[in-house]
Design a protein around this ligand. Structure first.
Ligand SMILES: Nc1ncnc2c1ncn2[C@@H]1O[C@H](COP(=O)(O)OP(=O)(O)OP(=O)(O)O)[C@@H](O)[C@H]1O
Ligand SMILES: [Mg+2]
Length: 234
């Protein structure tokens, strides 16, 4: 069993998350072709981290937005000095905006876009917005599994964003997202003596010996920076 586990770790190709300190707490980076859930409360930095993941590498990437408009995403990126328009012009980046209540054939359209630019990284922000328009959580589970199948078929590494309602003990909006993902990154906003502090945890990562600690992080003018050496203390 141990030998099998070690072998999986050795053959697993890792790619950089692009977020300072995150690769270290992930145990070496994001496993290539995995589907990662990025979850947290509102304003925790999920969109910023999603953009950082896409813009970290020179490989083509696609940002699928179910909420924010294209221009809003470009503006957010600009604040941190990331030039999306330049990448778009070079045919290496696309923002696909969909209304979550009109989902027919979107996966087919997304797959066509992946093929057209040879995308290797894809972010879905957020699947929680998708779930609101589906009748049952099981439909969202099926949809995420479908996303995972298509992304793996196209050799893409994927980040799906969900959300945590403050005070809830669930890791996601619909309670299914964390089970169908290969890994889960949780962004917390914690009240410490009247001041909200940020902490990130790698909740799970299949086949990897990752950090189990809560690590402090900050949103800075250069994006999200995690301190992998320190543990968050309340
Ligand atoms: N220039 C900046 N410097 C420091 N912090 C910033 C800066 N710009 C934004 N922030 C922080 O980032 C937060 C927004 O980040 P982001 O949009 O990624 O959050 P989110 O988790 O995607 O939120 P939502 O759930 O609303 O989609 C702001 O609420 C603010 O706290
Ligand atoms: Mg967001």
């Amino acid at each position: 069993m141990v030998a099998f586990f070690e072998e999986r770790c050795v053959i697993m190709n890792k790619i950089s998350s692009g977020v300072t300190g995150l690769d270290e707490i992930l145990g070496g980076g994001i496993p290539e072709r995995s589907i990662m859930l990025l979850t947290g409360t509102c304003g925790a930095g999920k969109t910023i981290m999603g953009l950082q993941f896409l813009l970290a590498s020179n490989e083509p990437g696609i940002y699928v937005s179910f909420e924010e408009e294209e221009d809003g995403i470009r503006e957010t990126a600009k604040i941190f000095g990331w030039d999306i328009a330049k990448r778009e012009a070079a045919g290496k980046f696309r923002i696909l905006k969909y209304d979550p209540f009109r989902l027919e054939d979107i996966l087919e359209v997304i797959e066509n876009n992946i093929r057209e630019i040879g995308a290797k990284r894809v972010v879905f922000d957020s699947v929680a917005a998708l779930g609101i328009y589906l009748k049952e959580a099981s439909e969202l589970r099926r949809m995420i599994l479908q996303i995972d199948r298509i992304m793996k078929k196209n050799k893409c590494t994927t980040v799906i964003v969900s959300e945590i309602i403050p005070g809830s003990s669930s890791l996601s909006r619909f309670g299914v997202e964390e089970f169908v993902s290969d890994g889960v990154i949780v962004l917390d906003n914690i009240n410490v003596k009247g001041e909200y502090k940020r902490a990130v945890t790698v909740w799970k990562l299949r086949g990897v010996n990752h950090s189990r600690r809560m690590h402090p992080y900050n949103i800075t003018s250069r994006g999200i920076i995690i301190d992998p050496k320190n543990v968050f203390v309340k």
